[in-house]
Design a protein around this ligand. Structure first.
Ligand SMILES: Cc1cc2nc3c(=O)[nH]c(=O)nc-3n(C[C@H](O)[C@H](O)[C@H](O)COP(=O)(O)O)c2cc1C
Length: 184
């Protein structure tokens, strides 16, 4: 079964390195036979906020999704507002779906603190945050212009993260579709 896993980009900052990280993650997903689009908050942002009527395409993307990948830079030890507002516009669409988080930072921690913050938000959204994550440290020097990565060792970590994410995507999908009898 072909999985469908969108990528939510959390920032709208001009020239954000997270754009390149998201492109890298998307290529990795597509090369594993997964259907994946990058969801950019900039495409949904109206003058004042992310109005419900304008986020309909995002709602449709998440309804069809088997899992989600979040690519987030760390801003002041937490998540950027635009991505958080995008997350806040939906609810049922996320339920019982797994999520993997990729942190991006110019420092050495690779967004470790924003990853931990996002995990607690995922619980509230009834998503299943997996342990495996990507820590894109020193990100400003890590990516080539075309979204490829300079340090190939990240691809091995990505393999581990996707193996876990795909397992949950298949199992939770079967559960949501009532194919697993849990006796409830
Ligand atoms: C408002 C703001 C706050 C930031 N706070 C942090 C931080 O808390 N920790 C960190 O490692 N980097 C921080 N950075 C630097 C980012 O890690 C750096 O910009 C990196 O390229 C990832 O963000 P980007 O996708 O916006 O480029 C911050 C950057 C901005 C613009």
């Amino acid at each position: 079964m072909k999985l469908n896993i969108p990528i939510l980009l959390m920032t709208m900052r001009d020239g954000a390195v997270s754009d390149q990280a998201a492109q890298f993650v998307q290529r990795q997903l597509v090369s594993r036979g997964v259907e994946s689009v990058i969801v950019d908050p900039e495409d949904y942002h109206e003058k004042k906020s992310f109005e419900q009527e304008h986020v309909q395409p995002w709602s449709e993307i998440m309804k069809a999704a088997d899992a989600l990948v979040i690519v987030s830079p760390e801003y002041n030890h937490s998540m950027p507002g635009p991505g958080k507002e995008m997350l806040d516009t939906l609810y049922e669409e996320y339920e019982k779906k797994p999520v993997a988080i990729c942190g991006v930072s110019s420092g050495t921690l690779g967004g470790a603190r924003v990853i931990e913050h996002l995990k607690t938000v995922m619980i509230e959204l009834k998503m299943v945050a997996i342990r495996e994550a990507m820590y894109f440290a020193k990100a400003r020097e890590l990516f080539n212009e075309d979204g490829t990565i300079k340090d190939a060792s990240y691809e091995q970590w990505m393999d581990k993260m996707f193996t876990e994410l795909f397992w949950y995507a298949h199992v939770l999908k079967a559960g949501r579709e009532g194919k697993i009898d849990v006796g409830l």
